[in-house]
Design a protein around this ligand. Structure first.
Ligand code: ZN
Ligand code: ZN
Length: 344
């Protein structure tokens, strides 16, 4: 198998099954060997999967026969070195796989698959772009209801409703809606706090289309922002602009992170920008590449990443501004097109 030391992949996680087959199932196994694609599943999915995967061999089994059937297929394919998902397979499943298929050598393949998934096809880019369009349209519809007295959860509920009504199949993750001092907690759990006049509002949200996620954060003020928070907003916005202007294929993730980070450090907020400047997005909300200071991996064309600097002052408030972009040879294609002003 190109780029890996295995000749066959055995895929048991639903996310990687979906990556290779484009079909979303809760049970089954995908086997990839040279030009052969096998999908083993049960009665619930057999009819559908065999209809959409015309070029695949689709096998219907009783769930308890899974590992036996995998062994039978690996034997038929003359597989030798079998890649398995070391990062997601439970110990129990691995032991069952390993003992049912004792004639084969097993090698970890999660890193190889994750690297493959980091570079998106045109089709994948279109799905993520569609998810982002839905998310930003939904936010546009929800902004007018963000007035003093509304709770964080009411805003989150409306975001979910609007995304589904606009065609999302699901949320990419639970929306983060944080008012006032709660915005200082980067992965805040949306709660019952009511919006007060002149509060900051941080909203981090994403939609899902055909399994693919989007991710965007905006931070704004309903009313008159205080001087300090306005300054922080400006620093974060400028840091993000600087990164967006400089990120392109061929630079390292470290370099991409440092464009945003050094701007924030130079304005005295380095210690309160405590997370990576970005991350890959795809079938999962966080995937490779890791856009962080200690990551030497090189950005490649058609990687999809976020650029999300943030400054968080404990007990006071925080600002994060996040766009989702496609890395291109000579720059980026920004899939995000939503106002970044402190007053919307
Ligand atoms: Zn986000
Ligand atoms: Zn993110």
């Amino acid at each position: 198998m190109n780029g890996s030391n295995t000749d066959t992949l055995v895929i048991l996680s639903s996310v990687n099954r979906q990556y290779f087959s484009k079909v979303n199932t809760t049970f089954g196994c995908v086997i990839i060997h040279e030009d052969t694609r096998i999908f083993i599943t049960d009665f619930r999915y057999y009819g559908y999967v065999s209809k959409v995967l015309e070029d695949w061999e689709v096998i219907c089994i009783k769930p308890e026969a899974l590992y036996e059937k995998i062994n039978e297929q690996l034997t038929r394919l003359n597989a030798e070195v079998v890649g398995y998902e070391d990062k997601s397979l439970s110990v129990e499943k691995f032991q069952r796989l390993y003992s049912a298929c004792s004639a084969f050598r097993f090698e970890p393949a999660s890193a190889y698959i994750a690297q493959m998934r980091a570079i998106k096809s045109e089709e994948e880019i279109q799905k993520i772009a569609a998810a982002q369009m839905i998310a930003q349209k939904a936010l546009g519809k929800v902004v007018p209801m963000i007035k003093p007295g509304v709770t964080e959860r009411e805003v989150a509920a409306n975001i979910l409703y609007e995304m589904l009504m606009l065609g999302a199949e699901d949320k990419a993750f639970d929306p983060i809606v944080a008012f006032g001092e709660n915005s200082a907690i980067p992965h805040y759990r949306t709660g019952k706090r009511k919006l007060e006049k002149n509060d900051m509002v941080l909203i981090d949200m994403g939609a899902k289309v055909d399994g693919y996620c989007s991710d965007m954060t905006r931070t704004f003020c309903v009313g008159q922002p205080g001087e300090r928070i306005a300054e922080i907003h400006n620093v974060v916005l400028e840091a993000q602009n600087y990164a967006l202007q400089n990120i392109r294929a061929g630079i390292s993730c470290h370099e991409a992170d440092s464009y945003a980070r050094e701007y924030i450090i130079s304005h005295g907020y380095g210690k309160v920008f405590g997370h990576p400047a970005g991350h890959g997005v795809g079938l999962e909300i966080h995937e490779l590449p890791r856009v962080q200071y200690d990551e030497s991996v090189t950005l490649q064309p058609n990687m999809i990443i976020t650029v999300e600097p943030g400054v968080y002052i404990d007990g006071f408030g925080g600002v994060r501004i996040e766009d989702i972009i496609v890395v291109k040879e000579d720059g980026i294609l920004n899939l995000t097109n939503f106002d970044k002003n402190i007053n919307l």
